[in-house]
Design a protein around this ligand. Structure first.
Ligand code: ATP
Ligand code: ZN
Ligand code: MG
Length: 508
Protein backbone atom coordinates (compact mmCIF):
# COMPACT_ATOMS: atom_id res chain seq x y z
CA UNK A 1 0.00 0.00 0.00
CA UNK A 2 1.31 3.47 -0.84
CA UNK A 3 0.14 6.75 0.55
CA UNK A 4 0.45 10.14 -1.03
CA UNK A 5 -0.58 13.21 0.90
CA UNK A 6 -0.28 16.93 0.37
CA UNK A 7 -0.80 19.10 3.41
CA UNK A 8 -0.64 22.78 4.18
CA UNK A 9 0.59 24.07 7.51
CA UNK A 10 -0.28 27.60 8.53
CA UNK A 11 2.11 29.40 10.88
CA UNK A 12 1.55 32.29 13.21
CA UNK A 13 4.48 34.20 11.64
CA UNK A 14 6.04 34.96 8.27
CA UNK A 15 8.91 32.49 7.91
CA UNK A 16 10.51 33.77 4.68
CA UNK A 17 13.56 34.98 6.59
CA UNK A 18 13.89 31.65 8.38
CA UNK A 19 13.48 29.40 5.39
CA UNK A 20 16.81 27.63 5.81
CA UNK A 21 16.09 26.83 9.47
CA UNK A 22 12.67 25.54 8.46
CA UNK A 23 14.31 23.37 5.77
CA UNK A 24 16.66 21.98 8.37
CA UNK A 25 13.81 21.07 10.72
CA UNK A 26 11.98 19.17 7.95
CA UNK A 27 15.21 17.41 6.91
CA UNK A 28 15.66 16.40 10.51
CA UNK A 29 12.08 15.05 10.63
CA UNK A 30 12.84 12.98 7.54
CA UNK A 31 15.81 11.43 9.29
CA UNK A 32 14.14 10.83 12.63
CA UNK A 33 10.44 10.73 13.36
CA UNK A 34 9.34 9.86 9.83
CA UNK A 35 11.63 6.83 9.95
CA UNK A 36 10.72 5.53 13.36
CA UNK A 37 9.54 1.92 13.19
CA UNK A 38 10.72 1.42 9.58
CA UNK A 39 13.44 -1.05 8.60
CA UNK A 40 14.61 0.99 5.60
CA UNK A 41 13.82 4.07 3.54
CA UNK A 42 11.14 2.18 1.59
CA UNK A 43 9.10 1.54 4.72
CA UNK A 44 9.60 5.06 6.04
CA UNK A 45 7.65 8.18 5.24
CA UNK A 46 9.28 11.03 3.43
CA UNK A 47 8.39 14.71 3.32
CA UNK A 48 9.26 16.36 0.01
CA UNK A 49 8.46 19.21 -2.40
CA UNK A 50 7.92 21.73 0.34
CA UNK A 51 7.19 25.32 -0.53
CA UNK A 52 6.52 28.43 1.43
CA UNK A 53 3.67 30.67 0.28
CA UNK A 54 4.46 34.19 -0.96
CA UNK A 55 3.45 35.67 2.42
CA UNK A 56 5.69 33.16 4.16
CA UNK A 57 2.95 31.97 6.47
CA UNK A 58 1.94 28.76 4.78
CA UNK A 59 3.95 25.69 3.97
CA UNK A 60 2.73 23.04 1.56
CA UNK A 61 4.47 19.73 1.54
CA UNK A 62 4.07 16.24 0.30
CA UNK A 63 4.32 13.09 2.34
CA UNK A 64 4.78 9.82 0.54
CA UNK A 65 4.99 6.58 2.38
CA UNK A 66 4.67 2.84 2.35
CA UNK A 67 2.72 0.52 4.59
CA UNK A 68 4.78 0.86 7.76
CA UNK A 69 4.99 4.57 8.56
CA UNK A 70 1.76 5.50 6.85
CA UNK A 71 1.25 9.05 5.62
CA UNK A 72 -1.55 9.77 8.07
CA UNK A 73 0.57 8.74 11.03
CA UNK A 74 3.54 10.60 9.50
CA UNK A 75 1.53 13.78 9.12
CA UNK A 76 0.53 13.83 12.77
CA UNK A 77 4.10 13.04 13.84
CA UNK A 78 5.36 15.85 11.64
CA UNK A 79 2.82 18.31 13.03
CA UNK A 80 3.83 17.48 16.58
CA UNK A 81 7.52 17.66 15.68
CA UNK A 82 7.13 21.07 13.99
CA UNK A 83 5.22 22.33 16.99
CA UNK A 84 8.02 21.22 19.31
CA UNK A 85 10.82 22.59 17.14
CA UNK A 86 9.40 25.80 15.71
CA UNK A 87 8.53 27.37 19.04
CA UNK A 88 12.03 27.41 20.53
CA UNK A 89 13.92 27.67 17.20
CA UNK A 90 11.80 30.00 15.09
CA UNK A 91 9.45 31.55 17.64
CA UNK A 92 6.38 30.47 15.77
CA UNK A 93 3.67 27.86 16.11
CA UNK A 94 1.18 26.07 13.89
CA UNK A 95 -2.15 27.80 13.54
CA UNK A 96 -3.75 25.40 11.11
CA UNK A 97 -3.26 22.23 9.15
CA UNK A 98 -5.25 21.44 6.05
CA UNK A 99 -5.11 18.21 4.09
CA UNK A 100 -5.12 19.18 0.41
CA UNK A 101 -4.83 15.75 -1.08
CA UNK A 102 -4.78 12.22 0.29
CA UNK A 103 -4.50 9.15 -1.89
CA UNK A 104 -4.05 5.52 -1.04
CA UNK A 105 -2.88 3.17 -3.77
CA UNK A 106 -2.31 -0.54 -4.03
CA UNK A 107 -4.76 -1.73 -1.39
CA UNK A 108 -4.86 -5.52 -1.66
CA UNK A 109 -8.36 -6.87 -1.07
CA UNK A 110 -9.08 -10.31 0.36
CA UNK A 111 -11.62 -10.89 -2.39
CA UNK A 112 -12.02 -9.26 -5.80
CA UNK A 113 -14.43 -6.36 -6.16
CA UNK A 114 -17.37 -7.50 -8.28
CA UNK A 115 -18.70 -4.04 -9.12
CA UNK A 116 -17.87 -0.40 -8.36
CA UNK A 117 -17.73 0.58 -4.69
CA UNK A 118 -19.23 3.79 -3.46
CA UNK A 119 -18.40 5.51 -0.19
CA UNK A 120 -20.66 8.45 0.46
CA UNK A 121 -18.45 10.65 2.62
CA UNK A 122 -14.75 11.50 2.97
CA UNK A 123 -14.04 9.70 -0.30
CA UNK A 124 -13.91 11.37 -3.69
CA UNK A 125 -13.16 8.27 -5.70
CA UNK A 126 -12.71 4.55 -5.21
CA UNK A 127 -11.11 2.62 -8.04
CA UNK A 128 -11.04 -1.14 -8.01
CA UNK A 129 -9.56 -3.63 -10.37
CA UNK A 130 -9.73 -7.27 -9.34
CA UNK A 131 -8.28 -7.52 -5.87
CA UNK A 132 -6.64 -4.07 -5.97
CA UNK A 133 -8.18 -0.82 -4.87
CA UNK A 134 -7.10 2.80 -4.71
CA UNK A 135 -8.71 5.76 -3.02
CA UNK A 136 -8.84 9.53 -3.26
CA UNK A 137 -9.98 10.95 0.05
CA UNK A 138 -11.50 14.36 0.78
CA UNK A 139 -12.69 16.53 3.67
CA UNK A 140 -10.20 14.94 6.05
CA UNK A 141 -9.28 16.95 9.12
CA UNK A 142 -6.25 16.37 11.35
CA UNK A 143 -8.64 15.32 14.13
CA UNK A 144 -10.19 12.64 11.92
CA UNK A 145 -6.76 11.45 10.82
CA UNK A 146 -5.54 11.27 14.39
CA UNK A 147 -8.66 9.31 15.32
CA UNK A 148 -7.87 6.58 12.76
CA UNK A 149 -10.34 7.56 10.02
CA UNK A 150 -8.00 6.60 7.14
CA UNK A 151 -7.69 3.01 8.37
CA UNK A 152 -11.44 2.85 8.94
CA UNK A 153 -12.09 4.07 5.39
CA UNK A 154 -9.79 1.35 4.03
CA UNK A 155 -11.62 -1.24 6.20
CA UNK A 156 -14.97 0.06 4.93
CA UNK A 157 -13.85 -0.56 1.33
CA UNK A 158 -12.79 -4.08 2.33
CA UNK A 159 -16.13 -4.68 4.09
CA UNK A 160 -18.12 -3.46 1.09
CA UNK A 161 -16.19 -5.75 -1.23
CA UNK A 162 -16.73 -8.64 1.20
CA UNK A 163 -20.49 -7.83 1.23
CA UNK A 164 -20.58 -7.93 -2.60
CA UNK A 165 -19.07 -11.36 -2.44
CA UNK A 166 -21.80 -12.71 -0.12
CA UNK A 167 -24.67 -11.11 -1.99
CA UNK A 168 -27.04 -13.67 -3.42
CA UNK A 169 -25.41 -16.45 -1.45
CA UNK A 170 -28.07 -16.45 1.27
CA UNK A 171 -27.32 -16.89 4.93
CA UNK A 172 -25.07 -19.68 6.00
CA UNK A 173 -27.36 -22.30 7.58
CA UNK A 174 -26.85 -25.80 8.96
CA UNK A 175 -29.52 -28.09 10.39
CA UNK A 176 -28.60 -29.19 13.92
CA UNK A 177 -31.68 -30.94 15.22
CA UNK A 178 -35.34 -31.52 14.39
CA UNK A 179 -38.26 -32.43 16.66
CA UNK A 180 -40.57 -35.26 15.67
CA UNK A 181 -43.40 -34.43 13.30
CA UNK A 182 -46.42 -33.35 15.28
CA UNK A 183 -50.06 -33.42 14.35
CA UNK A 184 -51.32 -30.08 13.01
CA UNK A 185 -54.73 -29.23 14.48
CA UNK A 186 -55.17 -26.03 12.55
CA UNK A 187 -54.51 -24.66 9.09
CA UNK A 188 -55.21 -20.93 9.18
CA UNK A 189 -53.17 -17.90 10.13
CA UNK A 190 -53.94 -17.54 13.85
CA UNK A 191 -53.77 -13.74 13.57
CA UNK A 192 -57.12 -13.77 11.74
CA UNK A 193 -58.81 -15.77 14.49
CA UNK A 194 -57.16 -13.68 17.21
CA UNK A 195 -58.73 -10.58 15.72
CA UNK A 196 -62.06 -12.26 15.05
CA UNK A 197 -62.26 -13.34 18.71
CA UNK A 198 -61.06 -9.93 19.97
CA UNK A 199 -58.06 -11.48 21.66
CA UNK A 200 -56.25 -8.58 20.02
CA UNK A 201 -57.05 -5.58 17.89
CA UNK A 202 -54.98 -3.80 15.27
CA UNK A 203 -54.02 -0.22 16.17
CA UNK A 204 -53.62 2.82 13.95
CA UNK A 205 -49.93 1.98 13.67
CA UNK A 206 -48.53 -0.56 11.22
CA UNK A 207 -48.17 -4.05 12.74
CA UNK A 208 -49.01 -3.07 16.30
CA UNK A 209 -51.83 -4.59 18.33
CA UNK A 210 -53.66 -4.00 21.56
CA UNK A 211 -53.50 -7.43 23.16
CA UNK A 212 -56.58 -8.48 25.12
CA UNK A 213 -56.66 -10.51 28.30
CA UNK A 214 -57.03 -13.86 26.51
CA UNK A 215 -53.85 -13.41 24.49
CA UNK A 216 -52.05 -12.21 27.59
CA UNK A 217 -53.31 -15.22 29.58
CA UNK A 218 -51.65 -17.45 26.99
CA UNK A 219 -48.46 -15.36 26.97
CA UNK A 220 -48.35 -15.40 30.78
CA UNK A 221 -48.69 -19.17 30.81
CA UNK A 222 -45.65 -19.33 28.49
CA UNK A 223 -43.73 -17.01 30.82
CA UNK A 224 -44.60 -18.96 33.98
CA UNK A 225 -43.64 -22.24 32.37
CA UNK A 226 -40.40 -20.74 31.09
CA UNK A 227 -39.49 -19.56 34.57
CA UNK A 228 -40.19 -22.99 36.04
CA UNK A 229 -38.66 -25.09 33.26
CA UNK A 230 -35.65 -22.95 32.48
CA UNK A 231 -34.86 -19.91 34.60
CA UNK A 232 -35.23 -21.40 38.08
CA UNK A 233 -33.31 -24.52 37.09
CA UNK A 234 -30.46 -22.62 35.46
CA UNK A 235 -30.29 -19.72 37.93
CA UNK A 236 -31.44 -16.79 35.75
CA UNK A 237 -32.80 -13.69 37.51
CA UNK A 238 -34.93 -10.87 36.22
CA UNK A 239 -33.69 -7.36 35.36
CA UNK A 240 -35.25 -4.36 33.61
CA UNK A 241 -33.33 -3.27 30.51
CA UNK A 242 -34.05 0.23 29.13
CA UNK A 243 -36.23 0.37 26.04
CA UNK A 244 -34.88 3.64 24.70
CA UNK A 245 -31.30 3.51 23.45
CA UNK A 246 -29.31 6.74 23.39
CA UNK A 247 -26.91 6.77 20.41
CA UNK A 248 -24.06 5.64 22.69
CA UNK A 249 -25.60 2.15 22.70
CA UNK A 250 -25.88 1.53 18.92
CA UNK A 251 -22.51 3.26 18.50
CA UNK A 252 -20.87 0.73 20.78
CA UNK A 253 -22.86 -2.33 19.69
CA UNK A 254 -22.17 -1.63 16.01
CA UNK A 255 -25.87 -1.25 15.17
CA UNK A 256 -25.04 2.35 14.16
CA UNK A 257 -23.30 0.83 11.11
CA UNK A 258 -26.56 -0.19 9.51
CA UNK A 259 -29.69 0.11 11.68
CA UNK A 260 -31.21 3.27 10.13
CA UNK A 261 -33.72 1.77 7.65
CA UNK A 262 -35.14 -0.50 10.38
CA UNK A 263 -35.05 1.86 13.34
CA UNK A 264 -37.74 3.61 15.30
CA UNK A 265 -36.01 6.95 15.86
CA UNK A 266 -36.59 8.83 19.08
CA UNK A 267 -36.71 12.61 19.04
CA UNK A 268 -37.28 15.12 21.82
CA UNK A 269 -37.83 18.87 21.56
CA UNK A 270 -34.57 20.82 21.43
CA UNK A 271 -36.36 23.26 23.71
CA UNK A 272 -39.59 22.49 25.51
CA UNK A 273 -40.65 26.14 25.73
CA UNK A 274 -44.38 26.11 24.83
CA UNK A 275 -43.92 29.29 22.78
CA UNK A 276 -41.81 27.34 20.26
CA UNK A 277 -44.68 24.92 19.77
CA UNK A 278 -47.45 27.53 19.60
CA UNK A 279 -48.13 27.02 15.91
CA UNK A 280 -48.47 23.24 16.28
CA UNK A 281 -50.92 23.79 19.13
CA UNK A 282 -53.09 26.28 17.24
CA UNK A 283 -52.91 24.31 14.01
CA UNK A 284 -54.25 21.19 15.68
CA UNK A 285 -57.04 23.14 17.37
CA UNK A 286 -58.16 24.56 14.04
CA UNK A 287 -57.61 21.61 11.66
CA UNK A 288 -57.50 18.51 13.86
CA UNK A 289 -54.20 17.63 12.15
CA UNK A 290 -50.72 17.35 13.62
CA UNK A 291 -48.29 19.67 11.85
CA UNK A 292 -45.52 17.11 11.74
CA UNK A 293 -43.80 18.40 8.60
CA UNK A 294 -42.53 21.40 10.53
CA UNK A 295 -41.20 19.41 13.48
CA UNK A 296 -37.84 18.28 12.22
CA UNK A 297 -35.80 21.42 12.82
CA UNK A 298 -37.12 21.71 16.39
CA UNK A 299 -36.23 18.18 17.36
CA UNK A 300 -33.13 16.51 18.60
CA UNK A 301 -32.82 12.88 17.49
CA UNK A 302 -31.50 11.36 20.69
CA UNK A 303 -31.48 7.67 19.81
CA UNK A 304 -33.65 4.72 18.85
CA UNK A 305 -36.19 2.46 20.48
CA UNK A 306 -34.80 -0.86 21.66
CA UNK A 307 -34.17 -3.01 18.59
CA UNK A 308 -32.20 -6.05 19.73
CA UNK A 309 -33.13 -5.75 23.44
CA UNK A 310 -29.80 -6.77 25.02
CA UNK A 311 -27.48 -3.92 23.93
CA UNK A 312 -28.81 -1.38 26.49
CA UNK A 313 -28.06 -3.89 29.28
CA UNK A 314 -24.35 -3.32 28.76
CA UNK A 315 -24.30 0.12 30.30
CA UNK A 316 -24.80 -1.77 33.56
CA UNK A 317 -21.26 -3.20 33.28
CA UNK A 318 -19.59 -0.62 31.04
CA UNK A 319 -16.05 0.21 32.10
CA UNK A 320 -16.11 -2.26 35.02
CA UNK A 321 -13.82 -5.11 35.97
CA UNK A 322 -16.06 -7.92 37.18
CA UNK A 323 -14.72 -10.11 39.98
CA UNK A 324 -14.74 -13.88 39.54
CA UNK A 325 -17.17 -14.28 42.42
CA UNK A 326 -19.79 -12.32 40.43
CA UNK A 327 -19.47 -14.58 37.38
CA UNK A 328 -21.25 -16.01 35.59
CA UNK A 329 -24.02 -13.44 35.52
CA UNK A 330 -27.35 -14.89 34.33
CA UNK A 331 -30.31 -12.57 33.76
CA UNK A 332 -33.42 -12.08 31.70
CA UNK A 333 -35.57 -9.12 30.70
CA UNK A 334 -39.17 -8.91 29.64
CA UNK A 335 -39.78 -5.38 30.86
CA UNK A 336 -41.10 -3.99 27.62
CA UNK A 337 -41.47 -4.26 23.88
CA UNK A 338 -38.87 -3.82 21.15
CA UNK A 339 -39.42 -1.94 17.91
CA UNK A 340 -38.49 -2.53 14.30
CA UNK A 341 -39.49 -0.77 11.14
CA UNK A 342 -40.12 -4.00 9.21
CA UNK A 343 -40.00 -2.31 5.83
CA UNK A 344 -39.83 -5.63 4.00
CA UNK A 345 -43.41 -6.37 5.07
CA UNK A 346 -45.20 -7.28 8.27
CA UNK A 347 -47.29 -10.37 8.78
CA UNK A 348 -50.04 -11.22 11.31
CA UNK A 349 -48.40 -11.87 14.66
CA UNK A 350 -45.33 -13.36 12.98
CA UNK A 351 -43.80 -10.03 12.03
CA UNK A 352 -44.81 -7.03 14.06
CA UNK A 353 -43.27 -3.60 14.49
CA UNK A 354 -43.87 -3.56 18.26
CA UNK A 355 -43.37 -6.95 19.87
CA UNK A 356 -42.80 -8.44 23.29
CA UNK A 357 -39.60 -10.30 23.57
CA UNK A 358 -38.07 -12.44 26.23
CA UNK A 359 -34.35 -11.67 26.29
CA UNK A 360 -31.98 -13.92 28.21
CA UNK A 361 -28.40 -12.86 28.78
CA UNK A 362 -25.31 -14.37 30.38
CA UNK A 363 -21.78 -13.13 30.95
CA UNK A 364 -18.79 -15.21 32.03
CA UNK A 365 -15.46 -16.71 31.15
CA UNK A 366 -15.37 -18.39 27.71
CA UNK A 367 -15.91 -21.77 29.42
CA UNK A 368 -18.82 -20.52 31.54
CA UNK A 369 -20.37 -18.82 28.50
CA UNK A 370 -20.09 -21.96 26.37
CA UNK A 371 -21.54 -24.12 29.13
CA UNK A 372 -24.50 -21.82 29.75
CA UNK A 373 -25.16 -21.49 26.01
CA UNK A 374 -25.46 -25.27 25.76
CA UNK A 375 -27.49 -25.64 28.96
CA UNK A 376 -29.90 -22.90 27.94
CA UNK A 377 -30.24 -24.18 24.40
CA UNK A 378 -30.96 -27.68 25.75
CA UNK A 379 -33.46 -26.42 28.35
CA UNK A 380 -35.27 -24.30 25.76
CA UNK A 381 -35.39 -27.30 23.44
CA UNK A 382 -37.16 -29.31 26.13
CA UNK A 383 -39.44 -26.36 26.93
CA UNK A 384 -40.59 -25.86 23.33
CA UNK A 385 -40.58 -29.53 22.39
CA UNK A 386 -42.18 -31.07 25.48
CA UNK A 387 -43.90 -28.33 27.45
CA UNK A 388 -45.30 -26.30 24.53
CA UNK A 389 -45.19 -29.31 22.19
CA UNK A 390 -44.17 -27.27 19.14
CA UNK A 391 -42.76 -28.90 16.00
CA UNK A 392 -39.50 -27.14 15.17
CA UNK A 393 -35.93 -27.42 13.96
CA UNK A 394 -32.70 -25.92 15.21
CA UNK A 395 -30.33 -24.36 12.68
CA UNK A 396 -26.81 -22.99 13.09
CA UNK A 397 -26.72 -19.65 11.28
CA UNK A 398 -24.85 -16.36 10.85
CA UNK A 399 -24.54 -14.88 14.33
CA UNK A 400 -27.23 -12.23 14.86
CA UNK A 401 -24.63 -9.63 15.81
CA UNK A 402 -22.94 -10.07 12.41
CA UNK A 403 -26.26 -10.31 10.55
CA UNK A 404 -27.36 -7.01 12.11
CA UNK A 405 -24.17 -5.43 10.78
CA UNK A 406 -25.10 -6.65 7.30
CA UNK A 407 -22.92 -9.79 7.18
CA UNK A 408 -23.91 -13.27 6.14
CA UNK A 409 -21.04 -15.50 7.20
CA UNK A 410 -20.56 -17.69 10.23
CA UNK A 411 -18.36 -16.23 12.95
CA UNK A 412 -14.62 -16.75 12.51
CA UNK A 413 -14.77 -18.21 16.02
CA UNK A 414 -17.57 -20.65 15.08
CA UNK A 415 -15.31 -23.57 15.96
CA UNK A 416 -15.04 -22.18 19.51
CA UNK A 417 -18.83 -22.11 19.78
CA UNK A 418 -19.41 -18.46 18.86
CA UNK A 419 -22.56 -18.13 16.79
CA UNK A 420 -26.32 -18.30 16.74
CA UNK A 421 -28.76 -21.20 16.79
CA UNK A 422 -32.21 -20.38 15.44
CA UNK A 423 -35.31 -22.31 16.50
CA UNK A 424 -37.62 -22.47 13.48
CA UNK A 425 -41.22 -23.67 13.68
CA UNK A 426 -43.39 -25.10 10.96
CA UNK A 427 -46.44 -22.94 10.28
CA UNK A 428 -49.07 -25.21 8.66
CA UNK A 429 -50.93 -22.20 7.22
CA UNK A 430 -47.89 -21.38 5.09
CA UNK A 431 -47.94 -24.77 3.38
CA UNK A 432 -46.29 -28.15 3.63
CA UNK A 433 -43.27 -28.75 5.85
CA UNK A 434 -41.06 -29.19 2.82
CA UNK A 435 -42.22 -26.27 0.69
CA UNK A 436 -43.03 -23.51 3.18
CA UNK A 437 -40.83 -21.05 5.03
CA UNK A 438 -40.54 -21.92 8.71
CA UNK A 439 -40.69 -19.19 11.34
CA UNK A 440 -37.75 -18.33 13.58
CA UNK A 441 -39.39 -17.96 16.99
CA UNK A 442 -36.32 -18.16 19.23
CA UNK A 443 -32.57 -17.98 19.00
CA UNK A 444 -29.67 -18.69 21.32
CA UNK A 445 -26.24 -17.18 20.74
CA UNK A 446 -22.78 -17.31 22.09
CA UNK A 447 -21.59 -13.79 21.27
CA UNK A 448 -17.93 -14.36 22.18
CA UNK A 449 -16.08 -11.27 23.34
CA UNK A 450 -18.05 -8.89 21.12
CA UNK A 451 -20.10 -7.13 23.82
CA UNK A 452 -17.60 -7.03 26.69
CA UNK A 453 -15.09 -5.54 24.21
CA UNK A 454 -17.58 -3.09 22.76
CA UNK A 455 -18.52 -1.76 26.20
CA UNK A 456 -15.09 -2.06 27.82
CA UNK A 457 -16.04 -4.72 30.37
CA UNK A 458 -13.32 -6.98 31.77
CA UNK A 459 -13.00 -9.89 34.10
CA UNK A 460 -10.48 -9.69 36.93
CA UNK A 461 -8.77 -12.91 35.85
CA UNK A 462 -9.90 -14.16 32.45
CA UNK A 463 -11.20 -13.26 29.04
CA UNK A 464 -14.83 -12.21 29.21
CA UNK A 465 -17.52 -13.53 26.88
CA UNK A 466 -21.29 -13.31 26.77
CA UNK A 467 -24.31 -14.88 25.22
CA UNK A 468 -27.92 -13.99 24.70
CA UNK A 469 -31.17 -15.55 23.61
CA UNK A 470 -34.27 -13.87 22.26
CA UNK A 471 -37.74 -14.90 21.30
CA UNK A 472 -40.97 -12.96 21.10
CA UNK A 473 -44.17 -14.02 22.82
CA UNK A 474 -45.97 -13.17 19.59
CA UNK A 475 -43.84 -15.64 17.59
CA UNK A 476 -44.18 -18.29 20.29
CA UNK A 477 -47.95 -17.79 20.20
CA UNK A 478 -47.90 -17.79 16.41
CA UNK A 479 -46.06 -21.13 16.24
CA UNK A 480 -48.19 -22.61 19.04
CA UNK A 481 -51.60 -21.49 17.70
CA UNK A 482 -50.69 -22.15 14.05
CA UNK A 483 -50.00 -25.79 14.95
CA UNK A 484 -52.61 -26.33 17.68
CA UNK A 485 -55.44 -23.93 16.96
CA UNK A 486 -57.85 -22.46 19.46
CA UNK A 487 -59.48 -25.58 20.87
CA UNK A 488 -57.93 -26.01 24.32
CA UNK A 489 -58.35 -29.77 24.17
CA UNK A 490 -55.63 -29.81 21.50
CA UNK A 491 -53.20 -27.88 23.73
CA UNK A 492 -50.57 -29.62 25.86
CA UNK A 493 -51.85 -30.04 29.40
CA UNK A 494 -49.25 -27.74 30.99
CA UNK A 495 -50.55 -24.83 28.94
CA UNK A 496 -54.22 -25.85 29.07
CA UNK A 497 -54.20 -26.06 32.87
CA UNK A 498 -52.70 -22.65 33.29
CA UNK A 499 -54.73 -20.59 30.86
CA UNK A 500 -58.01 -19.33 32.14
CA UNK A 501 -59.76 -17.40 29.44
CA UNK A 502 -62.11 -14.52 30.24
CA UNK A 503 -65.36 -14.45 28.23
CA UNK A 504 -64.72 -12.95 24.79
CA UNK A 505 -65.95 -9.38 24.25
CA UNK A 506 -69.11 -9.02 22.20
CA UNK A 507 -69.83 -5.99 20.04
CA UNK A 508 -73.07 -4.71 18.57
P1 ATP B 1 -36.43 -12.78 10.99
O1 ATP B 1 -35.25 -13.11 10.15
O2 ATP B 1 -37.50 -13.80 10.99
O3 ATP B 1 -36.92 -11.39 10.78
P2 ATP B 1 -34.66 -11.89 12.95
O4 ATP B 1 -33.40 -12.57 12.58
O5 ATP B 1 -34.87 -10.51 12.52
O6 ATP B 1 -35.89 -12.79 12.49
P3 ATP B 1 -33.73 -11.61 15.58
O7 ATP B 1 -33.20 -10.29 15.28
O8 ATP B 1 -32.78 -12.74 15.71
O9 ATP B 1 -34.83 -12.01 14.51
O10 ATP B 1 -34.65 -11.48 16.88
C1 ATP B 1 -34.75 -12.48 17.86
C2 ATP B 1 -36.17 -12.94 18.05
O11 ATP B 1 -37.06 -11.83 18.11
C3 ATP B 1 -36.70 -13.81 16.94
O12 ATP B 1 -36.35 -15.15 17.16
C4 ATP B 1 -38.19 -13.61 17.09
O13 ATP B 1 -38.71 -14.46 18.09
C5 ATP B 1 -38.31 -12.19 17.57
N1 ATP B 1 -38.63 -11.25 16.48
C6 ATP B 1 -37.77 -10.65 15.64
N2 ATP B 1 -38.40 -9.82 14.81
C7 ATP B 1 -39.72 -9.89 15.12
C8 ATP B 1 -40.90 -9.26 14.62
N3 ATP B 1 -40.83 -8.38 13.65
N4 ATP B 1 -42.09 -9.57 15.20
C9 ATP B 1 -42.15 -10.46 16.21
N5 ATP B 1 -41.08 -11.08 16.73
C10 ATP B 1 -39.87 -10.80 16.19
ZN1 ZN C 1 -29.42 -10.27 22.60
MG1 MG D 1 -35.93 -9.63 11.08
Amino acid sequence: MQFDCVAEFEFTKDLREKKSELDAVIEQANKTILRKGAKDAREAAQASDWQLSSDGKRLTLRIESGAVVRAHAALIRLRNFLNEQLGPKLKTGIRGLEIKKFEVKGITLKQPALKPIEITCFVEEVKTSGDKASLKLKDLTPALIEDGAVDRIIRLVEDKVEAQNYEGKGEAKKLLWASTKKQAHYEKDPALELEARSWMRRTHAKAQFVFGSQFVALANAFKELLVEDVYVKLGFREMYFPKFEPWAVPQRSGHAKSIYPEAFFVAVPKKSDPAIWAKEMDYFRITGEVLKDEFASKLDFVGIMSYAQCPPFWRFLEGKVVLDESLPLRVFDWSGPTYRNEAGGTQGIARLEEFHRIETLWVGTPEQTKKITTELSDALTVFFNKTLDIEFQKNWITPWFLAQEGKKTLSDKASEGVGTTDFDAWLPYRGTREKSEWLEFQNVSNNGDKYPKAFGVKSASSELWSGCAGGSLERWACAFLAQKGFDKKDWPSAVRDRVELAPELKFA
